[in-house]
Design a protein around this ligand. Structure first.
Ligand code: NAD
Ligand code: MG
Length: 384
């Protein structure tokens, strides 16, 4: 059988590099194209190892100053964002791994969905911003969106234990992040360094901050709403600090089915790439030879108010996801720049969400206008 040809959008990031490691250790997968925004040396290293047909450097100014002479002869270098859409929709491609961070990942993901590709989706922000548009497009094109997010991969796997009408609840687990036991007072003085140190997962900066505020779980509630067509009031979150159970599905007979594995993103990535088959794993096995405890703790929305925003937006839909996402992306960038305090991230997002002019059935242009507006509002928030 011919190997599955993969385009990796965001190959230099944490998910992109884990994807390359899965390909490295798995038979039957080949890298067709890779993209990266910065750290172009990593992109060249990947090109040397995996010999893709295309290498896309999305940031024109970074690429302009970079020496691509190390790129192998068979790899064509393309510069600029528009080429992401090309490698996402190329007829030669079987699976697109959407691993760009933030709304910047939306155009490429959308191009892949429009082209009817199988999409291994890490870029949850695309569904947060444009869940209705993307799921409508996928229904039209026949594109299959497979979750890479570990919680959604767990739910996707657990759902196979019953029929769609038999599901009563999706239960997303959350590690609780590095500040799970911090008081409201202590949260006010959290530093960038503290927030970037996640207890169970090694990830890019943006999602690490989102995990610390629990905005990541809010975004995942919205992501689950769109991926699985489940109303917000049938989605729940439970804090599970060990990150062994990646999420659960409760069925109408009150049987709850969970997926367990050590925290390692290579498993959900590999499952999205091998689906509908299961193949020899590259991530470690669960070791039950030593005693261990699994805990489940209800989330504390008073200390982590970002979480409530996820449920509100999942229930409301329309333009609210685009506004929440953009306010949060800007707030996280401002926090990383030391212009905004940790607890102000959720406060600013709430205020901007409440101020926005809601549209129930927005088109892409209206969503992007909301994205721009929310970013401006965040800047105003910082400057007053
Ligand atoms: P990262 O910051 O490590 O990597 C991001 C990638 O996107 C890089 O390749 C970067 O070059 C590229 N990129 C950044 N800005 C860009 C732009 N403006 N245009 C084009 N490309 C750009 O991020 P990550 O941790 O790998 O996360 C990627 C996505 O996967 C996010 O949506 C995140 O929420 C999701 N995700 C990550 C994890 C994880 O364990 N890291 C788990 C679940 C979901
Ligand atoms: Mg996750």
């Amino acid at each position: 059988m011919n190997p599955k040809r993969i385009s990796i959008l965001g190959a230099t990031g944490s998910i992109g590099q884990s994807t390359l490691d899965v390909v490295r250790q798995t038979d039957g997968l080949s890298v067709y194209a890779i993209s990266g925004h910065s750290r172009l040396d990593m992109l060249v290293e990947a090109a040397k190892e995996f010999q893709p047909k295309y290498l896309v450097a999305t940031c024109e100014s970074t690429a302009g100053a970079f020496d691509f002479s190390g790129v192998p002869d068979g790899t064509e270098v393309l510069i600029g964002q528009s080429h992401v859409d090309e490698i996402a929709s190329d007829p030669e491609v079987d699976v697109v791994v959407a691993a760009i961070v933030g709304v910047a990942g939306l155009p490429g993901t959308m191009a892949a969905v429009k082209a009817g590709k199988t999409v291994a989706l890490a870029n949850k922000e695309t569904l947060v911003v444009a869940g209705q548009l993307i799921t409508d497009l996928a229904a039209k094109s026949g594109s299959k969106i497979l979750p890479v997010d570990s919680e959604h991969s767990a739910i996707f796997q657990a759902l196979q234990a019953g029929k769609p009408g038999e599901v009563s609840r999706l239960i997303l687990t959350a590690s609780g992040g590095p500040f799970r036991d911090f008081s409201s007072q202590d949260l006010k003085t959290v530093t960038v360094e503290q927030a970037l140190a996640h207890p169970t997962w090694q990830m890019g900066d943006k999602i690490s901050i989102d995990s610390a505020t629990m905005m990541n779980k809010a975004l995942e509630v919205i992501e689950a709403r769109w991926l699985f067509g489940m109303p917000a009031d049938q989605i729940e979150v439970v804090v599970h600090p060990q990150s062994i159970i990646h999420s659960m599905v409760e069925f109408v007979d009150h049987s709850t089915v969970a997926q367990l594995s050590p925290p390692d993103m290579r498993l959900p990535i590999q499952y999205a790439l091998s689906w509908p088959d299961r193949i020899a794993g590259v991530s470690p096995k669960l070791d039950l030879s030593r005693p261990q405890t699994l805990e489940f703790i209800p989330p504390n929305v008073d200390r982590f108010p970002a979480l409530a925003l996820g449920f509100e937006v999942a229930a409301r839909g329309g333009t609210s996801g685009a506004v929440l996402n953009a306010a949060n992306e800007s707030a996280v960038a401002a926090f990383l720049n030391r212009e905004l305090s940790f607890t102000d991230i959720a406060s600013a997002c709430r205020q901007i969400l409440e101020q926005h002019e809601f549209i129930a059935n927005p088109n892409l242009e209206q969503l992007m206008a909301c994205d721009q507006w929310a970013r401006q509002e965040l800047n105003r928030w910082i400057s007053v």
